[in-house]
Design a protein around this ligand. Structure first.
Ligand SMILES: C[S@@+](CC[C@H](N)C(=O)[O-])C[C@H]1O[C@@H](n2cnc3c(N)ncnc32)[C@H](O)[C@@H]1O
Length: 338
């Protein structure tokens, strides 16, 4: 349904070919099973952060990226603009660029434009949100010598699909921007980089953005802004459960919360129940919440520069260069496959 609606918009705008992402992101059964598991587990209730990004969530995320408090987006953009030429030189002549969790891809235009000067480029944004991919396709569809092949799939499956498009004997650039790696706990981040490393070939480059640890107030404000955009983004997860799984969450009885765990070096987003209540999801799931109990919806780990170099080394990459934004401490690292 969503897919054909998107295609209609595209053809109405006269764009050829129509928006046709490859892949099949998340089934309703998988979403229902994850919600059941997360809300009925002993101890801390939790929901996977990937479910924050339905059509509404992706649109709200785009709003968040424009907020003065969300400095990491602009730091990432500044670094990409400033260092695109050096990055292009570091990767040589890739004919395939893959972006994991691309979102609307708005920061990627500088590096694509830089690379496409030398030769035609295939660009594969990989994202579970079709709405985000559609915006990406609209945003980057005009760059000369760049053909876009959107892949609606999870990170690693999507990357595997994209890698099948590699022309023999050429190198690949994989982008992972927005400090999205911070959504993984340290063990998963290491497993993830190891899996990326195994899928790539010597000479390929993985370009990784990471938000660096900084003043507590600045970090918290980025996830708890005064106009409530991040709160809406977080609460939309409950609204999504209501819409897609027949839940009856009363959103006015949950409150957005962002806190920093100084020992784990992570922002945690939670939804706090403001009273004792029972919520049903579909016909056969009932969940009780105590007043004050929370659902943990997202982690955003913060890094030191050396963390990335160590992670790279431990997972079979060489950190060839690292660029840091001083205005909003943030790093981009060029990780080359050895
Ligand atoms: C924090 S946003 C970053 C977006 C963009 N890269 C940026 O820098 O602004 C994370 C993006 O990853 C996507 N995403 C989340 N979990 C995913 C998963 N498991 N597989 C693929 N995409 C995912 C979301 O839909 C969202 O567009």
């Amino acid at each position: 349904m969503r897919h054909s609606a998107v295609s209609k918009i595209s053809s109405a705008q006269g764009r050829k070919p129509a928006f046709q992402p490859i892949g099949d992101p998340i089934s309703i059964e998988e979403f229902a099973a994850d919600v059941r598991r997360g809300l009925t587990k002993d101890g801390q209730k939790e929901l996977y952060s990937k479910y924050l990004y339905d059509d509404v969530g992706s649109a709200l995320f785009d709003v968040i990226t424009t907020l003065p408090e969300y400095g990491l987006f602009r730091a990432d953009a500044r670094l990409l603009r400033r260092h695109s030429a050096s990055l292009a030189a570091a990767v040589g002549r890739p004919s395939l660029v893959i972006e994991l969790g691309s979102g609307s891809g708005s920061k990627t235009r500088w590096i694509l434009s830089e690379l496409a000067v030398k030769q035609p480029i295939a660009y594969c944004p990989v994202d579970i949100s079709e709405a985000a991919l559609h915006r990406c396709w609209l945003e980057l569809g005009y760059i000369d010598s760049v053909s876009i092949i959107p892949i609606a799939q999870s990170y690693l499956d999507g990357m595997d699909q994209a890698l099948r498009l590699r022309p023999a004997g050429t190198s690949v650039l994989v982008l992972f921007l927005g400090s999205t790696i911070g959504n993984f706990d340290p063990d998963r981040a290491r497993e993830f980089l190891t899996a990326v490393r195994h899928a790539l070939e010597p000479g390929d480059v993985f370009y990784l953005s990471t938000d660096l640890e900084k003043d507590l107030n600045r970090m918290i404000a980025a996830y708890d802004d005064p106009i409530g955009a991040t709160a809406a983004f977080n609460l939309n997860l409950l609204a999504r459960i209501n819409r897609d799984l027949g839940g009856n969450f009363d959103l006015s009885q949950f409150r957005h919360e962002a806190r920093y765990d100084t020992r784990a070096h992570r922002i945690e987003m939670h939804l706090r129940s403001t009273r004792n209540q029972s919520v049903s999801v579909g016909k056969d799931l009932a969940v009780r919440f105590k007043r004050g109990e929370t659902i943990w919806t997202e982690s955003s780990y913060k890094f030191q520069r050396h963390d990335i170099r160590e992670l790279a080394h431990a997972t079979g990459f060489k950190c060839q260069a690292q660029w840091v934004d001083e205005e909003w401490p943030f790093a981009q690292s060029v990780l080359r496959v050895l």
